[in-house]
Design a protein around this ligand. Structure first.
Ligand SMILES: N[C@@H](CCC(=O)N[C@@H](CS)C(=O)NCC(=O)O)C(=O)O
Length: 209
């Protein structure tokens, strides 16, 4: 399999999941300005919409959307418990989190990330994002990870996104002016995820450590 990624972007989430699972996946870096793949190929030929992540399966099939990709990867090794079994309520809880992270957090960051959208729009977007992070903080009060005491793909996704804030926790080109100093449960969760060997390895490979 192949994973197309941009260092420090949301594709860090499937990268972490690949490491957690110990899967043999070739990483192909995409230039976020030129939309070229390392070696020079046009990334728009891979994804006409230009964004990462894309997972290419061994038969050449391409899977889009981070939340689908991480579930596909984790379902290759169900014993890893990175996703609850299909059909269980916990699996829907996981999908609830992935949907929330994708629409409320990931896209909530966009006005803060892109200078062209800064100004009034960012001022409107920041309080909404802060409120959503405040809610996540309350959810983490009585558990180690988003779904309970087990790390799942939802934690990998939230980790990738959260690194864009707190004056850029990750050394990434994605930086948003949002701080989490008062969110003690989130801070503790971030520290727990950060120290996982699979996360450390992904950060090292992407040059974000
Ligand atoms: N809906 C997509 C969004 C992915 C996305 O926003 N990717 C960003 C990085 S975080 C990207 O590749 N941006 C470059 C571009 O759009 O040209 C998903 O959830 O996977």
């Amino acid at each position: 399999m192949k994973l197309y990624y941009i260092p420090g972007s949301c594709s860090l989430s499937p990268h972490i999941v690949i490491n957690e699972l110990g899967l043999d996946v070739t990483l192909l870096q995409v230039d976020h300005r030129e939309h070229t793949v390392e070696g020079g190929a046009d990334y728009y030929d891979i994804n006409p919409l230009g964004y990462v992540p894309i997972l290419e399966l061994t038969d050449g099939t391409r899977l889009r959307e981070g939340s689908a990709i991480v579930q596909y990867l984790a379902d290759q090794k169900p014993e890893s418990q990175l996703v609850p079994p299909n059909g269980t309520l916990q699996r829907y809880r996981l999908q609830e989190w992935l949907g929330f992270l994708s629409s409320e957090i990931h896209k909530g960051f966009i006005p803060l990330l892109y200078a062209g959208l800064a100004g009034k729009y960012a001022d409107t977007a920041r309080p909404k994002l802060e409120a959503r992070y405040g809610w996540i903080d309350t959810q983490l009060a009585d558990r180690q990870y988003l779904l309970g005491d087990t790390f799942t793909v939802a934690d990998a996704y939230l980790f990738a996104l959260t690194g864009w804030g707190q004056a850029a926790w990750l050394k990434s080109c994605y930086k948003a002016d949002i701080h989490f100093d008062d969110l003690k449960n989130l801070q503790a969760w971030y520290g727990r995820v950060h120290q996982r060997p699979a996360v450390q390895k992904a950060l090292r490979v992407e040059g974000l450590g």
